[in-house]
Design a protein around this ligand. Sequence first.
Ligand code: GLA
Length: 385
Amino acid sequence: MINRRNLIKSTTITAAALFSGCRRFTNQQRAPSGLSAAFEGQFRFGTSIKNNTLQSNDTNLLTLIAREFNAITANNAMKWEGLQPKLNEFNWQIADKFVDFGQQNNMQITGHVLVWHKQIPNYVFLKDDKIISKKLLLQRMEQHISNVMERYKKVTEWDVVNEAIVGGKWLESKWYKIIGPDYVKRAFQFARNANPSATLIYNDYGITNPKKQQAILGLLSKLNNSGVRVDGVGMQSHFSLEKNFPSTDMIEQTIETFARQGYQVFITELDVDVLPRAWKYVRQPPLQQLHINEISIREAKYLDPYPNGLPEKVSKELADRYASIFNVFSRQSDNISRVTVWGTLDTESWKHDWPILGRTNYPLLFDNKGNPKQAYFSVLGEGNN
Ligand code: GLA
């Protein structure tokens, strides 16, 4: 592992390297640095990038990302609503920037996500305001997948399907209702045809849950038996500080279970929520989220306890939790291809607004100013900083 001083010394990327135009660093000039250097030889260390970071060319944040990480995922730029907002009208602008940034910094780029039930426009499932046939929906799926993967041939790792299973059963999404359970298989077939050598991933949350794990294993082995190969399993890994859920034992057992079946494991969206559970305030379906201001002041104080900063004690607990999670990842590094945190700065996290809106959360490794938090140093194995 590298220490903090080396970390600063090994920073070789400058804002000039971020986008073409000015001075450009070639791949050979990029020395590994930051988190990715610390885990070199174990797994790639990635982060996700938001649209506004790319659109505004936020050089401070992009410089930090280039320094610390060697893999990137787009938060939203490559989702269906981002890429094909209207039927057959593709919008490549932000995804192009994302891919350019990754290539210029010699990063592994993950395409996220081809088929999901969220962040997808309604038109996909409709024609003349009526639900379309299975045949037409499969055609649209194939066109989307082949267009996107064709344009981004150099993106060699794809989250093909996201969140098909809930609990131990199929999620009754529009994909499932119109096409039936075969939709996952078809998506992987289309993706394989579009880029035969790409690494294709099934991605989901809460996979440490035994029922869900079994259902996903069943689904993937069925695909495998029918000749459709899935290369990897993406564990989203939206973890909590509360009750240390899921336990490190559960995390490790899950990684081992998928690895034993021959799947590469990808930790795709890691964050650690420091706030109390608030699921009971979400009504669904249809999804209705309350804002923290709509909750009684007494409850709100409990639910949103750190609006002005994370107390030292909790910051230490978070650091310890991250350390124990990364101990598992290091032990399991033969089975893990990549660990990606879902955002770089705390300000970027979706966890301020999920499951209720308007709280202040601290789930990531850098504070709002881009300073490494205690959790960052504990990930590096430097627990006492
Ligand atoms: C899921 C998706 C991600 C992201 C998060 C919330 O985990 O896979 O793309 O939308 O939800 O931010």
